[in-house]
Design a protein around this ligand. Structure first.
Ligand code: ADP
Ligand code: MG
Length: 304
């Protein structure tokens, strides 16, 4: 299990290889295999992360079981440590992003003076990582090539990605799922400030597909260590830690991606396993010796 798996090889026809998951056609279903690949800025990095695929698979199965009463999803069963059988859907090419706090790209726009976010007016005076008056849906395109860009309701309808009814159903579903996941995470001492979901159509019905909030698809902050006005990476269990490290060593997604140093790989692995164990109540954040990006850089002798 501790062996790093960069590419799986299951005895089913390959449906697609995503950045992180290998998807197979298993009769009329799909088999989703979570590998140990990690991506940042939409680029798959050359280093694998021990236990990442395992942790993603366990956490996804756990969430899908629990959230199915909120909105139906594709999960059928877990078939092994890394694999789960799911309903095959016609994917809707939209990333349904919901934000309850201002951070990341939303914060960068706000800092530039932008006061609307996907059509919603934001108050002046917000600080980094501050909770928004109410959650905002900030959908983007889901494209196979290139980066995802902001997508308005009008543009989504115009491009025929969804019908008017589907948009309303999925907008509402995203807020409902956000409330559900956020409340569950809070019970475990984590804040989900934002996340992204995907949906698809199966036999005329809409279902949630892909993955629920994980290390890769959501931000996961420590409630105890949360401070408005500050960056949250030191104790967060999501991918922002890796992105921040990469930015600090000068990698922004262009050119060949760097090989990650062992200490960084270990820290990302702890965050993946941590996300699973903390969200499922099997461990607390304190059980993981998390380092901040500054500490990692210092131990590598890299000056900022
Ligand atoms: N139930 C499903 N039906 C069809 N496609 C799915 C389903 N669940 C996930 N997918 C797709 O399978 C892929 C999963 O692999 P992933 O590594 O997440 O890819 P990506 O590089 O697109 O993020 C994604 O493209 C996702 O949209
Ligand atoms: Mg994905």
């Amino acid at each position: 299990m501790s062996e790093i798996l960069m590419e799986s090889n299951y005895p089913w026809p390959l449906f697609k290889r995503g950045k992180v998951r290998d998807v197979y056609q298993m009769r009329d279903c799909l088999l989703i295999v979570s590998t140990d690949r990690v991506s940042a800025f939409d680029v798959v990095l050359p280093s694998g992360i021990p236990f990442k695929g395992w942790a993603l698979n366990q956490l996804s199965a756990y969430w899908f079981e629990r959230s199915k009463s909120v909105f139906p999803n594709h999960f059928i069963e877990k078939i092994d440590d890394r694999g789960m059988k799911v309903k095959k859907a016609e994917r809707i090419d939209i990333e349904w992003v919901a934000r309850g706090y201002i951070y990341g790209s939303a914060w960068r726009s706000y800092q530039r003076g932008e006061r609307t976010m996907s059509g919603v007016t934001l108050p002046n005076g917000l600080q980094l990582a501050e909770e928004l008056p109410e959650a905002v849906l900030t959908p983007t395109t889901k494209s196979e090539v290139g980066h995802d860009v902001e997508l308005s309701r009008a543009a989504a309808l115009d491009r025929g990605l969804v019908t008017v009814e589907e948009w309303s159903t999925l907008e509402e579903a995203t807020f409902r799922l956000y409330d559900f996941y956020k409340a569950e995470a809070l019970k475990r001492g984590l804040i989900i400030p934002d996340f992204k979901l995907e949906y698809g159509r199966v036999d005329g019905e809409l279902i949630q597909i892909d993955e629920p909030p994980t290390h890769d698809s959501a931000r996961l902050w420590s409630k105890e260590d949360y401070r408005v006005g500050e960056r949250q990476e030191a104790y967060s269990l999501d991918k922002e830690f890796l992105r921040d490290f990469l930015l600090r060593i000068g990698y922004r997604g262009d050119g060949p991606p760097p090989i990650l140093p062992p200490i960084l790989i270990d820290q990302v692995s702890k965050r993946c396993v941590g996300a699973y164990k903390v969200l499922t109540g099997q461990a607390t954040l304190k059980d993981f010796k998390l380092l901040s990006v500054d500490q990692v850089l210092a131990s590598l002798g890299i000056k900022r």
